[in-house]
Design a protein around this ligand. Structure first.
Ligand code: ZN
Length: 318
């Protein structure tokens, strides 16, 4: 329902103006939409998918980074007037200058690198496995495939809005990264916001999505005190936008049915120095959720809801 399809060239008027109008329309849309955000929340720290942090990033010339692709630099012959093919000046896009780090949970290769991913890494409040294999639907659709697909869809949307987007892994490495490294990638990028994408492996009888925000803690190498408030604001925006975009209900098996939990056992959150949350988009072990998660059209809706939440957060809207 809240799509971004209004963007596009403005015929008849200078392209710059068209872009500005489009951007303004988008912002207005988000503003309007934001009014529907609800605010209840809880702190039930249960929940199924402790996707930990990642350690050691085999350096990472691999992590996909990209910035808004200003279409082709027009070379050559002068054309009269503004060309419809002209590239939008970066300054005119709503997320220009903002950096988003997307963390697709797990990695399809983790299952064949058990020794490496079982290595314990420091998450501040203790030690935890470098990474885990993630879950899958009964039919065999892997969580790691889901998280990568949705993260790429989110990236495409955010790039179109002018953001710089980095993925912690983009199918370009054999396993991991470890959870601590996943956090550090966001920190090093000085991300304005970071998001870890997951789908849960909860009880088959339970369904729904939930968002996980970081608990305030200052222990060992973990210090989340400066990010808990903005992360919680992000969590509530994400909860509202994701529900509106997908129709997915709040999880009925964790978080007291509020769709939001606060946890201190996830390295990817504990070690973050930038606002960050996790989203468990649904329960892969539940047949209704599995059907949704497996549907590309549903995943596009999910990506749109998530991208709209990140955009609203970055623009200071709820
Ligand atoms: Zn997961």
């Amino acid at each position: 329902m809240f799509s971004n399809k209004s963007r596009g060239g403005g015929r008849g008027s200078p392209f710059l103006i068209a872009v500005a109008v489009t951007a303004a329309a988008c912002v207005a849309g988000w503003l309007l939409y934001g009014a529907t955000t609800d605010s209840h929340a809880d702190s039930g720290a249960t929940g199924g998918d402790p996707a930990g942090p990642v350690t050691r990033a085999p350096s990472s010339p691999g992590t996909g980074e990209a910035t808004a692709s200003p279409s082709a630099p027009e070379t050559g012959s002068a054309t009269a007037g503004p060309s419809p093919a002209a590239t939008a000046p970066a300054e005119s896009l709503p997320l220009t200058g903002r950096t988003v780090v997307l963390d697709p949970g797990h990695n399809p290769g983790n299952a064949s690198h058990t020794t490496a991913i079982n290595r314990l890494v420091d998450i501040g409040t203790g030690f935890k496995e470098c990474d885990t294999t993630g879950t899958a639907t009964d039919a065999g659709y892997a969580e790691a495939s889901y998280t990568l697909d949705v993260s790429r869809r989110i990236r495409t949307i955010l790039l179109s809005r002018g953001a710089r987007v980095t993925l912690t892994q983009n199918g370009d490495r054999s396993y991991g990264p470890c959870v601590d490294e996943r956090a550090r990638i966001g920190n090093r990028a000085h991300a304005d916001v970071a998001l870890s994408v997951h789908a849960d492996g909860g009880p088959a009888s339970g369904r729904g999505f939930h968002v996980i925000a970081p608990a305030a803690l200052h222990t060992g190498s973990a210090d989340t005190r400066t990010i808990t408030a903005p992360s919680y604001r992000l969590a509530t925006a994400l909860r509202a936008r994701f529900k509106a975009a997908t129709g997915e209900p709040y999880a009925d098996y964790t978080g007291g049915g509020t769709g939001l939990t606060v946890r201190d056992d996830l390295g990817g959150l504990n070690l973050s120095t930038v606002p960050k949350v996790f989203i468990e988009c649904g329960n892969m072990r539940n047949s209704d959720d599995a059907e949704a998660l497996t549907d590309p059209a549903w995943r596009q809706d999910a990506a749109r809801g998530i991208a709209d939440a990140l955009t609203a957060f970055l623009l200071g809207k709820r």
